[in-house]
Design a protein around this ligand. Structure first.
Ligand code: PBG
Length: 327
């Protein structure tokens, strides 16, 4: 009859495997999240994320040069302000840690892409991603009142020199509001990466320690997406695209590869994925316990995001992975 089909012929040697490999992974695909503090003089380890630190702004220039030397795709900045209030006004303070870090990084390594997270949860005393309003139904996060603050925050980052602003709050209409505010002030070249599809996830736990932003009451299920929903992800992606997002993101990563593949198929915009803090903590804990090989596990995981359709990956493993990839 027929000769036996032998796909293993294409796995015989590193050379032939390299030839037929369908997915690539390079340092340039990776974006490193960084936490800058207004008050620290020295870097401070994040207990739940081994290898991750809250950083003083005075470290920004050095880190920018390291990231540029590793040829990372970019960095995304988060801020820890000196004080918080109920409106999150630190989110648009030009003297805050994020604007200061942007300026230092662009000065030290102009070629490094600097993205900023735009949200108020690090800046509000209650820890929610928007302004609160008392209603007969209790406290709610006031969508439309929050939009002004998000737009102010994005403008503040653009003025400091950010290349890309990335709203992560999940308020309705924020992409349009931010785009309009940027354009009005002449920042037509500042790109907008939307956290378009962001789930209410248990995997953000360690981040909330890193960025000191756990909600003081309630949870984020009233604005972040229900993990059970997939069609809704396509609606969120389409709305943000219509409002003028330049790039879309799916978050978290590992539990949502199906969503990533669906969003990839539904848009021609670049799509990123956020390999979040809880995913990082799991890999770190399992490898520290000798249960998995960290390097192999991380490279396999990052490759899986690329295979599922991600153009780029926000990951705390970025520097290690870039070194393992031979940068
Ligand atoms: C909100 C924001 C969060 C993360 C990124 N931006 C936290 C949240 O929504 O609760 C989580 C990132 C991670 O877990 O690594 N500003």
């Amino acid at each position: 009859m027929f000769p036996v089909q032998r796909p293993r012929r294409l796995r015989r040697s590193p050379a032939i495997r390299a030839l037929v490999r369908e997915t690539s992974l390079a340092p340039n695909d990776l974006i490193l999240p960084l936490f800058f503090s207004a008050t620290l003089d020295e870097k401070k380890p994040v207990r739940t994320m081994p290898g991750v630190f809250q950083l003083p702004v005075s470290d920004a220039a050095r880190i920018a040069k390291e990231c540029a030397a590793l040829k990372l795709g970019g960095v995304i900045l988060f801020g820890l302000p000196a004080t918080k209030d109920d409106r999150g006004s630190g989110a648009y303070d030009p003297e805050g840690p994020v604007p200061r870090a942007i300026a230092a990084m662009k000065d030290a390594a102009p070629e490094l892409l600097v993205i900023t997270d735009v949200c108020v949860d690090e800046y509000t005393d209650h820890g929610h991603c928007g302004i609160l309003r008392e209603t007969p139904q209790g406290m709610v996060v006031d969508n439309d009142a929050t939009l002004e603050i998000l737009a102010e925050s994005a403008l503040c980052h653009a003025r400091a020199g950010a290349d890309v602003v990335a709203p992560s709050d999940m308020m309705d209409g924020r992409v349009g509001a931010i785009r309009e505010a940027l354009d009005e002030e002449g920042f037509t070249e500042t790109a907008l990466l939307s956290y378009a599809v962001k789930y209410a996830s248990a995997f953000y736990g360690p981040f909330r320690e890193a960025a000191d932003c756990a909600p003081k009451f309630g949870d984020r299920a009233g604005y972040q997406m229900d993990p059970a929903n997939a069609r809704e992800a396509l609606r969120e992606a389409r709305l943000d695209e219509d409002e003028g997002a330049d790039m879309l993101m799916v978050k978290p990563g590992m539990p949502y590869l199906d969503i990533l593949a669906k969003v990839r198929a539904a848009t021609v915009l670049p799509v990123g994925v956020y390999n979040v803090s809880g995913e990082y903590a799991m890999i770190k804990a399992a490898s520290a316990a000798g249960m998995i090989d960290e390097e192999r596990a991380v490279l396999e995981l990052l490759t899986s995001f690329r295979r599922a359709g991600a153009d780029f990956i926000l990951t705390y493993h970025a520097m290690d992975a870039a070194r393992w990839l031979g940068a």
